[in-house]
Write a protein that binds this ligand. Sequence first.
Ligand code: GH3
Ligand code: MG
Ligand code: MG
Ligand code: MG
Length: 312
Amino acid sequence: TLPVDVPRLAERIEQLNRERQEASTGKVLLLDDDEELTEHYRLVLTNAGMSVRIMSRPDGLLNTLAEFRPDIVLMDIHMPPFSGITLARMIRFEPEWLSLPIIYLSSEQDRDEQLSALAQGADEFITKPISDRLLIRTVRILCYRARQLSKLVSCDGLTGLLNHSHIKQALGHEHARVQRQGHDTIVAMLDLDHFKAVNDTHGHAIGDQVIKALATLLQKRLRDTDHLGRYGGEEFVVILPECELPQATAMFEEICRHFSDLTFSSPEGQFHVTVSIGLARLNQFSLAEQALNAADEALYERKRQGRNGVSC
Ligand code: GH3
Ligand code: MG
Ligand code: MG
Ligand code: MG
């Protein structure tokens, strides 16, 4: 027999390639007062498949970050009357951008100046001029690492869905968007039915498989623009932007049916599990938290009415 599991290895390599490919389409925010140079870098990075936003002045920098959501920021240091160092410190002051890679791109040659600039919160220092190939390579690697890292900190280990704090963060963003644009957005709270009994009868490990199966079903049925999170043990939160209540209800009813059709098995025998779902309209509430509470109340109403279905 082969010393390695070849199909698993091939699958892993394919996944790594896909991730690299994804990183080469990374989003770069470029901030430099030298407009000729930024235009050149923009062309170079765009030709390499990346999506680039340029700013020649830092006005509205935090808004641009919130809207464009770059994977990395490339920033000049000397942009009179502004200083890249102060800007890096300002970005770091926002908890949301604590792990956003900030790369200085500067002609500053003095080592001490470079080090003290880095001490203010940036991650790397690239000295200008830089060759096009080196720029592409560096940006690609940093985008790749940044995405890996952000996946690691934002995902739940068992299901790969967003974890508790990141689904709440997504809810906050969607709530802000709803308030600006006024479209319907649905928040759903899901909870597995009689799950304690599943664990008691079939064991915790099989229980975990059931949790994973629901996560996989949700991932398959929902759109890329929906947000899926594991809120707690056997509870999930889903956010459906630009979706109306009747449409969401029908879709979740179908998910309930599909889930209850799945057959699980353990040494104790085969079994089925059901899920209850509560829905609320995010745009009805002035605070995101209130919508979550409303979805939770609808969920418990569903539990009282006999589980395995949707309430709103
Ligand atoms: P209900 O239909 O009213 O929701 O009943 P329930 O038994 O599902 O409700 P309850 O909230 O009382 O129990 C949830 C159970 O989920 C308790 C706990 O043992 C189990 N659980 C929580 N997190 C995990 C997990 O990560 N893995 C497994 N296997 N079980 C978990
Ligand atoms: Mg400059
Ligand atoms: Mg529960
Ligand atoms: Mg439960």
